[in-house]
Design a binder for this molecule. Structure first.
Ligand code: SF4
Length: 335
């Protein structure tokens, strides 16, 4: 993984205040907007404090707002601060996040000329009902159009989705997965919807107008998405918000877990193991092989997976062996 140098621009450029959003909480950043000098200082600090071999291929990432909604001067100021590092080759790429309705061909061309290589779009859902109830201010068609423009221009495309927003059902989640697969993103991030203090969703929640997903359902829905994307070779680079003290303090309700991604991996490991064992003829126990780093994922949180396999009378059908050559997150049959 190349070094990622994050620059937070909370809510800057946002044309709408989305119902669920409180970037100050997520980023832990408040105060005046970052200046070009701040950007340069942040890059310098990260490079200085990172071992040389880890600095290779460093990427600067602007998060937390709608970069393309900033004035041209402001965008130019922030990108110009990265330029000397790109010129010297100490920063290889620049990534930014934005809203689909703030992307057009002219803006993308302008960004490409200034070294931007990846655009991440906050798509959240491809169900217009869900987008409307979340006060996104754009439609699924906007997201599809913007994604195609990013891909056609040869930039890397990232898509963020938020399972569990108001009005979402499993059916609309499946529809979203199919739409996103059709856009061929280079990667996706999956952030199950949380109720954060200071957000519109908090008000709705207290009025009884919103019920967040339970942790179990959020894990199941995210596992479904992850499997769909994995099957199509689309990388899932993050599941669940990055845990932090600020986030935990601002959490009102919802499926938060500091190791959410691991819960999803454990769920998928259980599915794989069940499928593998179910396909075997009756006979003596087989040897299942996992990567040594996956032992806790195989057991599941509080040994949930082992308990489930016992319930299904599958626990005595195998012995487990670890092998560092077994790819991560997979289970195979040993000789
Ligand atoms: S979700 Fe994105 S567009 Fe909406 S308020 Fe938050 S940062 Fe702005």
């Amino acid at each position: 993984m190349p070094l990622v140098i994050p620059i937070f621009i909370p809510h800057e450029g946002c044309s709408h205040r989305c119902l669920f959003c409180n970037q100050h909480t997520i980023s832990g950043r408040s105060g005046p907007p970052v200046s070009g000098a701040d950007v340069a200082a942040t890059i310098r600090r990260w490079l200085e404090h990172t071992r040389p071999e880890k600095r290779i291929g460093a990427e600067v990432a602007f998060f937390g707002g709608s970069f393309t909604g900033l004035s041209a001067d402001r965008q130019a100021e922030l990108l110009a601060a990265v330029h000397p590092y790109r010129f010297r080759g100490t920063v290889r790429s620049v990534r930014l996040s934005t809203r689909p309705d703030l992307v057009d061909r002219g803006r993308i061309d302008w960004l490409v000329e200034r070294g931007v290589t990846t655009i991440e779009l906050g798509v959240q859902s491809c169900d217009d009902e869900v987008l409307g109830r979340s006060n996104r201010g754009h439609t699924a068609a906007d997201a599809i159009r913007a994604s195609r423009l990013v891909g056609e221009r040869g930039l890397r495309l990232g898509i963020q989705l938020m399972p569990g927003l108001p009005g979402e059902t499993f059916r609309s989640l499946r529809h979203t997965a199919a739409e996103v697969i059709g856009l061929h993103p280079d990667f996706v991030r999956l952030y199950p919807s949380l109720v954060l203090r200071g957000s519109g969703l908090e008000r709705l929640y207290h009025q009884g107008g919103y019920r967040p997903l339970s942790l179990g359902r959020a894990v199941a829905w995210t596992a479904y998405l992850k499997k769909r994307f994995d099957d199509r070779g689309i990388g899932v680079v993050r599941m669940g918000l990055h845990p932090s003290g600020d986030l935990e303090q601002a959490l009102v309700a919802g499926p938060y877990h500091p190791a959410f991604g691991e819960l999803v991996q454990a769920r998928l490991m259980l599915h794989r193991t069940r499928r593998l064992l179910a396909g075997l003829p009756d006979g003596p126990p087989v040897t299942l092989v996992i990567n040594p780093r996956d032992q806790s994922v195989f057991r599941g949180s509080r040994s949930h997976n082992l308990a489930r396999l016992r319930q299904l009378r599958l626990l005595d059908r195998f012995t487990l062996r670890t092998d560092p050559h077994q790819p991560r997150w997979t289970v195979g049959i040993g000789g």
